[in-house]
Design a protein around this ligand. Structure first.
Ligand SMILES: Nc1ncnc2c1ncn2[C@@H]1O[C@H](COP(=O)(O)OP(=O)(O)OP(=O)(O)O)[C@@H](O)[C@H]1O
Ligand SMILES: [Mg+2]
Length: 194
């Protein structure tokens, strides 16, 4: 059976519950307001800060609000982690692979009205950023930049100065022109007794 569209776009399961309503804004007032302002003024936002402080939650809240407002079928937004993006592209180089190629993925990530790229700069699959990581990071950002500053929501643990190691300095520079970095601080929500 085909996957529901909500899952394909990255908003299935628990992601569907990460909304502005389920976010407690007290400790992240600035980031919360910036995220809300995206709905009226869709400019790129990069949420930067340590683990567990609500970066991904706010990114998903924006996406869920857009789906709620514009309808699922118009597919206004897609959510993907940078790791998954790299993994999908790597698959396209494997012998016997018969799915869509790298250029199709890049075209999809260029064309979607709002692209949420989660966990850029996270060491997982990549022990350190490789040339491949940097090339794809650059291609994704530059593709949207050249398409007329199509907005992105990015979450990262890296300060702007280090983010260039993962997606190139050129991409970080373009992000500054397309929008703004929102620096977040605080204790991990995951470790906060409630
Ligand atoms: N202010 C908040 N109100 C309600 N839930 C929150 C808040 N901040 C974080 N959470 C919850 O805490 C968990 C961690 O938040 P989130 O996934 O957004 O962290 P993150 O900043 O993306 O961290 P990481 O860098 O580790 O990915 C999630 O389940 C999220 O829903
Ligand atoms: Mg996160």
């Amino acid at each position: 059976m085909a996957k529901p569209l909500r899952d394909v776009l990255g908003f299935g399961g628990a992601a569907g519950g990460k909304t502005f309503e389920s976010f407690r804004p007290e400790t992240q007032r600035v980031a919360y307001e910036k995220a809300k302002s995206f709905l009226d003024d869709p400019r790129t936002l990069i949420f930067e800060g340590p683990n567990g402080i609500g970066k991904t939650h706010l990114a998903l809240a924006i996406g869920n609000a857009l789906i709620e407002r514009d309808g699922l079928n118009l597919a206004p937004v897609c959510f993907i982690t940078f790791q998954d993006a790299l993994r999908q592209l790597r698959k396209t180089y494997q012998d016997g692979y018969e799915g869509i190629g790298e250029e199709c993925y890049l075209a999809k990530w260029r064309g979607i009205p709002v692209l949420i790229l989660d966990e850029v700069g996270l060491r997982g699959l990549e022990q350190a950023p490789s040339e491949f990581t940097r090339r794809i990071g650059y291609d994704i950002v530059d593709g949207r930049y050249r398409a007329g500053h199509r907005p992105m929501i990015i979450t990262t643990n890296k300060k702007p100065a280090q983010l260039g190691d993962w997606i190139t300095e050129s991409a970080v520079d373009r992000l500054f022109e397309m929008g703004e970095f929102v620096s977040m601080e605080g204790r991990s929500w995951r470790r906060t007794p409630r």
